[in-house]
Design a protein around this ligand. Structure first.
Ligand code: C2E
Ligand code: CA
Ligand code: CA
Length: 396
């Protein structure tokens, strides 16, 4: 372990815990330890200093530990986080879930009273920690770069296969935006989707993509590949009343049936149901376009609210799939999500099948469709035919 140049931050309002933790961290080889009794002071320090690991209590004065986690997310804190608390195991689990949802690098939790061994375990885990692939702290593109990219058609679509769990055959693809930047190379959506949404530019990208996707489905159809494509639609577009007509026109232009197009809408974007959004969703689904609820499980919405919306597919977020491999409780949650979606007549996609372990687990669940790096990473359209051939040989 190379902990001697790490900077650790302690957040706890108990002087005795701070004294104990400082000693334990120093014994473990960390030379820089900064302790704070309230979250505001800790955040000020974080704004001006680079910190490798934070040990945070949950029960704090003014700003509590839960709010502190939210603020760490807003500040794009790139280091590790350990929760230290005397709260019940259930409460700690739910806060852990929040930290993961906020895409923080959560190492784990320590229950009070603290032991030297528990802290040492966390430090070992932190030093071996493999960053999740959500590319924390990415560089966001500036508005002028986005406008230029749109004008110069630097955006492209990569396609990731969706596999039928029963037959192992490819049934469709998810289209994912990429930006071919002249100097930065291939840029991923975390660097531009939110910026496009905030600057009312996402519509330009999505309308271009719809044309590109339908043209691509038609071209695969002409080569004998019957595939559907799922496209991500931002919430801000769901109140565009001309969206359904524009899609219907494109479908007829490429002579494609409506069920070849799936629109993915994140769970969090449909929590606040507006009349305009319901009108758009209803018109799309009435004409046979499939609607899929994306990142299910991260939006904290209740199932009852989803029943009234015209979704025919549920994509369970990758964190539930991945955590289910190591955690019995998470496995039970995942199974009940799958069963619930099936009872509602929805097909279920399990995302984030990244390893053989994920694959083995997912194959035994009753999810209909599997997606993840273990099957294939997103690829340019031109590579798909070769990939399909290889996949069919391997699974024949
Ligand atoms: P998403 O809709 O949940 O898309 C799946 C993301 O998970 C993709 O990241 C994909 O590359 C990644 N992924 C797939 N398999 C695995 C796996 O096994 N392990 C892990 N760790 N990740 C996996 P990507 O392409 O970076 O996209 C990130 C997000 O950006 C998407 O998440 C979606 O919300 C948004 N996005 C991407 N393209 C578009 C777009 O054209 N329009 C809009 N509105 N949003 C988009
Ligand atoms: Ca998606
Ligand atoms: Ca997703």
């Amino acid at each position: 372990m190379t902990l001697n140049n790490w900077n650790a931050l302690l957040l706890d309002d108990s002087p005795s815990i701070i004294a104990l933790m400082t000693q334990v961290l120093k014994n473990a080889g960390i030379t820089q330890v900064n302790a704070f009794s309230n979250a505001n002071d800790a955040l000020t320090y974080l704004a001006n200093n680079s910190v490798n690991i934070i040990f945070s209590d949950l029960n704090l004065p003014h700003i509590d530990g839960v709010e502190f986690i939210r603020l760490l997310q807003q500040h794009n804190y790139p280091g590790h986080l350990v929760i230290v608390s005397s709260m019940s195991a259930k409460t700690i689990k739910s806060v852990e879930q929040l930290a993961r949802t906020c895409k923080l690098n959560l190492v784990g939790s320590i229950a009070k009273p603290i032991t030297e061994q528990a802290v040492a375990n966390m430090l070992t885990k932190a030093s071996e920690y493999k960053k999740p692939s959500h590319r924390a702290n990415v560089e966001k593109l500036k508005i002028y770069e986005l406008i230029r990219a749109l004008e110069q058609q630097q955006f492209d679509l990569y396609y990731q296969p969706l596999i039928c769990n029963k037959t192992r055959r490819i049934i469709g693809l998810e289209a994912l935006a990429r930006l071919n930047h002249p100097s930065k190379g291939l840029v991923f959506p975390d660097s531009f989707i939110m910026e496009l949404e905030h600057n009312a530019l996402i519509k330009h990208l999505t309308y271009e993509q719809l044309d590109q996707v339908l043209q691509q489905i038609a071209s695969w159809r002409d080569k004998g590949l019957a595939l559907s494509v799922s496209l991500n639609i931002s919430a801000t577009l769901l109140i565009e009343k001309n969206l359904p007509d524009m899609i219907f026109e494109l479908l007829s232009c490429y002579k494609l049936p409506a069920d070849k197009l799936v629109l993915e809408i994140t769970e969090s974007s449909v929590i606040e149901q507006q009349a305009d959004m319901l009108e758009v969703l209803s018109r799309l689904s009435m004409r046979g376009i499939k609607l899929s609820i994306d990142d299910f499980g991260t939006g904290f919405s209740s199932v009852e609210r989803l029943i009234d919306l015209p979704f025919s597919e549920m994509k369970i977020d990758k964190q539930f799939v991945q955590n289910a491999v190591t955690d019995e409780g998470q496995r039970a949650t995942l199974e009940s999500m799958v069963n619930m979606a099936k009872r509602l007549g929805m097909s279920v996609v399990l995302e984030g099948i990244e390893t053989l372990e994920h694959w083995n687990m997912a194959c035994h669940l009753s999810g209909d469709i599997l997606q993840g790096y273990y099957i294939a990473k997103p690829m340019p359209a031109s590579e798909l035919s070769d990939w399909v051939e290889k996949w069919q040989k391997a699974t024949a």
